[in-house]
Design a protein around this ligand. Structure first.
Ligand SMILES: [Zn+2]
Length: 276
């Protein structure tokens, strides 16, 4: 994995539909000073803040960053893409309340980062090292962080749904290929969840372009990879954990977890683990 801090060579931007609140949203990535961290900016409000754990929360079906009306939804895929490319310092701007979901995978954001180019410094990145077992759970979901190296991430899910069932995915950053194994795994939503989200005003403009819609007896588009839903949840977990802004050393295992537990384990890691 990348062990030195990095920013971008130049700016890159893309415009797409905001699935949650509607309208067009432009996502812009720009270079930052090395050491500045990842900064999130609402250009329509003139507000900016660190895109980190302290300024973020688990929202409805996504992670959000920022306070109240300024909050930006869907920061997790962007964070996973920045993590995958080892970008530690950059300015992320949006002119609305959400990061575009694009096709629901990380690929479009990776393409944006690659268009901007990664500028790696000599400045070392201080990893957070898991030194004791940590757990964040409720009655049916759990995520744990365990000591050990090389670092690994794994995720298992179990849905009482004929088109989903049980799936497992794992990823080893030192030896696996993020682009081949995780980048194509798209967001998925059951038709029931989609209808609920629409009623709750949380899906103003989403379509089958933005995610895989799972009906009782079919899916809107068959996933490209086996275990694709577990792979996508792994992307979400990796993205949420990058709110810590540092590489992690340890084993991370999520079972049926969502953003709530991901934020919980990130807070535990911040509380209990140090650098090396
Ligand atoms: Zn996701």
């Amino acid at each position: 994995m990348h062990r030195t801090r990095a920013t971008l060579h130049k700016e890159a931007f893309a415009t797409a539909t905001g699935v949650r609140f509607g309208g067009e949203v432009t996502l812009r990535l720009a270079p930052a000073e090395i050491g500045e961290g990842i900064v999130l900016e609402r250009t329509d409000l003139g507000a900016r803040w660190p895109l980190d754990l302290e300024h973020s929360a688990a929202g409805p079906g996504c992670s959000t960053s920022g306070e109240g009306e300024a909050a930006v939804h869907f920061v997790e895929h962007l964070l996973a893409a920045l993590w995958a490319r080892g970008v530690s310092d950059c300015v992320v701007s949006v002119n609305g309340r959400e990061i575009p979901l694009f096709d629901g995978s990380v690929r479009p954001v990776l393409a944006l980062i690659d268009a901007a180019g990664v500028a790696r410094s000599q400045e070392p990145q201080q990893p957070l090292v898991i030194e004791q077992p940590l757990l964040s759970s409720d009655e049916e979901r759990a995520v744990c962080a365990l000591p050990g190296r090389p670092t690994s991430y794994a995720y298992a899910l179990s849905y009482q749904h004929p088109m989903i069932g049980r799936q497992f995915a794992s990823f080893h950053p030192d030896s696996d290929d993020f682009d081949a194994q995780l980048a194509a795994a798209r967001t998925f939503i059951t038709i029931e969840e989609a209808e609920q989200a629409q009623k709750a005003g949380l899906l103003a403009a989403g379509s089958e372009e933005n995610c895989i819609v799972i009906h009782r007896d079919r899916v809107s588009q068959p996933p490209e990879l086996p275990g694709a839903y577990a792979r996508h949840k792994l992307v979400d977990m990796i993205g949420d954990l990058y709110l810590l802004g540092r590489p992690l050393v340890g084993h991370f295992f999520g079972f049926y977890t969502g953003h709530q537990q991901n934020h919980g384990i990130a807070r535990e890691i911040l509380r209990w683990c140090g650098g090396e």
